[in-house]
Design a protein around this ligand. Structure first.
Ligand SMILES: Nc1ncnc2c1ncn2[C@@H]1O[C@H](COP(=O)(O)OP(=O)(O)O)[C@@H](O)[C@H]1O
Ligand SMILES: [Mg+2]
Length: 269
């Protein structure tokens, strides 16, 4: 469904992604894993069309996703749902209006029809009857579920999730993980999930891509990753502090930093 070739993204001189090739398969769950700062969110934002790559190719069902006219990009983006890391619900709107938001913005459907759709989506995430609650009245897990209901309100062909289980207790995390799984299994959506949660990621993945310092260091099925001989992959899977992935990624000299050389961060007085 989505093919990326030699994707690079730089923020200033910092390379967040370096020649990444990935393939998102239709009706499957692709899980992008990696430690913090490895480029997961950046990759998700590029393949969701939220920002352009510095160089490289993205093909969305054979269309050139990088150079297409803005109008076509917006059309395609309507067939994509996004669950952001911090749920990103609109605090002044209740659950009903959050889930109905894109339907109100992008369709001319009657409110009766919108109400039916919202009821179905909230049932799907186990929150029917909670329409009147405000975001401040929701637990972290409930907020994620509302964000999921909002993301699927327009029946998108593909749904992107950024760290869907981070900050949740194990039970809420399990609920979200199984909802994502059901979405692909039962309703044949395509999902792309970014996570540093190894167990959750491997449990739902049809295909795993492991990033390290902006590069793909392994990909394959969950079993391929579990049994990888690569020391960096093993360290990530086992969550071991010692190994080829260093604890400190500072690029400047420690002594120079302590001496407050120009260009280094100083402590507040
Ligand atoms: N908007 C930005 N401006 C500058 N640097 C950024 C920006 N977004 C990400 N980065 C940098 O790119 C690298 C990858 O970040 P990110 O994709 O957020 O990683 P992850 O989601 O795996 O934690 C990090 O070094 C981060 O500091
Ligand atoms: Mg991230």
């Amino acid at each position: 469904m989505i093919h990326c070739k030699s994707l690079c993204k730089k923020y200033g001189s910092v390379p967040a992604l370096d020649r990444v090739d990935i393939h998102v398969r239709e009706h499957k769950t692709t899980v992008i894993m990696g430690g913090s700062g490895s480029g997961k969110t950046t990759l998700l934002r590029l393949i969701a069309g939220l920002e352009p790559p510095t160089s490289g190719e993205i093909r969305y069902k054979e269309e050139d996703f990088v150079h297409m006219p803005r109008k076509r990009l917006y059309e395609l983006r309507e067939s994509m749902g996004m669950v952001f890391q911090y749920s990103a619900l609109l605090n002044s709107l209740n659950v009903y209006n959050n889930v109905a938001f894109t339907l109100h913005e992008h369709t001319d459907l009657d409110e009766e029809v919108i109400r039916t759709i919202v009821t179905m989506k909230l049932e799907q995430v186990g929150l029917r009857g909670m329409e009147h609650l405000m975001p401040s009245e929701l637990s972290g897990g409930m907020a994620k579920r509302v964000a999921l209901a909002r993301a699927i309100a327009m029946d998108p062909a593909i749904v992107f999730f950024d760290e869907p289980t981070s900050g949740l207790d194990p039970i809420s995390a399990g609920v979200i993980t199984s909802l994502i799984h059901n979405l692909t299994e039962k309703t044949h959506h395509t999902s792309v999930v970014v996570t540093h949660d190894v167990d959750a990621g491997l449990s739902i993945a049809d295909h795993v891509v492991l990033l390290w310092q902006g590069c793909v260091i392994a990909e394959g099925t969950a079993d391929d990753i579990r049994h990888s001989a690569d020391a960096r992959v093993k360290q990530f899977i086992e969550g071991s502090p010692d190994g080829p992935i260093p604890f400190s990624r500072s690029t400047t000299s420690y002594v120079e930093d302590l001496m407050h050389k120009p260009g280094t961060v100083r402590l507040a007085q």
